[in-house]
Write a protein that binds this ligand. Structure first.
Ligand SMILES: *Cc1c(COP(=O)(O)O)cnc(C)c1O
Length: 234
């Protein structure tokens, strides 16, 4: 059995067990396989093992990979953009991806909505929130999330699905949980405020269990599936 298949099975088992321990139906947690720096052959191996949703951070690498994987005959996949967004790169993101997890400014959201090609389903959006304060430069500040969320929810070619965060790395389970709990609280407030959100994108290879306990609906897992990344090769 391939190593990627083996890793996918192990992570799926962890997701199911952790969801059950926290009283959640296992089907409520989706696995996003983060394939950045790995080639199309790694994605195809994961597809052969049943994986459908893939996350990419770097635009050109991601677009090239989407084309290569399609050319190899794989279909029905879902591509999520999870990297920082420069405003001059929104058009290819809007044209090639199904989801974007890293929206943190209204201007970027407006461009993605305007540039979403006619005939495609609305782009599915998460707002990236800075829940670690000064330790992180990315993400909208927690006290600005509600205003941004209402603006993004009103854009025609986007569907606002929820919130995403990358907390600063923490070693202990309780510290990991505390950061995810902050995102969860913001999410609950937005829902109470009338926004129809259903997605909490949080948890990576090192903190996936804490994220599930705190309500993650998408976990973004890279190295635990594909192995250690070599950035020089990418
Ligand atoms: C790289 C990356 C991941 C996956 O990280 P691992 O530690 O390899 O699981 C998840 N989310 C984002 C935004 C990333 O950039």
């Amino acid at each position: 059995m391939s190593l990627i298949r083996q890793n996918l099975q192990a992570i799926t088992a962890t997701i199911v067990a952790t969801a059950q321990e926290s009283g959640r139906p296992p089907g409520t947690v989706q696995l996003l396989a983060v394939s950045k720096t790995f080639g199309p052959e790694a994605v195809l191996e994961a597809v052969a093992a049943g994986q459908r949703a893939f996350g990419e951070n770097y635009l050109q690498e991601g677009v090239d990979k989407i084309h290569a994987v399609q050319a190899a005959g794989a279909s029905g996949l879902e591509w999520h953009f999870i990297g920082p967004i420069q405003s001059n790169k929104t058009r290819p993101i809007a044209a090639h991806f199904d989801w974007v997890h890293t929206v943190e400014r209204e201007k970027i959201a407006q461009r993605l909505s305007e540039q979403r090609p006619a005939g495609m389903a609305p782009l599915q959006i998460c707002l990236q929130v800075n829940i670690s304060g000064e330790a992180s430069k990315s993400g909208v500040a927690p006290d600005e999330v509600a205003a941004l969320a209402h603006k993004v929810a009103a854009l025609p070619n986007l569907t606002l699905r929820g919130l995403m965060a990358i907390p600063e790395p923490a070693e202990h389970f309780d510290q990991q949980r505390a950061a995810f709990a902050r995102l969860r609280t913001l999410y609950d407030q937005l829902r109470a405020d009338g926004l129809a959100l259903d997605t909490l994108s949080m948890g990576m290879s090192a903190d996936l269990r804490a994220a599930i306990v705190e309500g993650a609906t998408i976990v973004r897992v890279g190295s635990a599936i594909f192995g250690a990344r070599n950035y020089h090769k990418a």
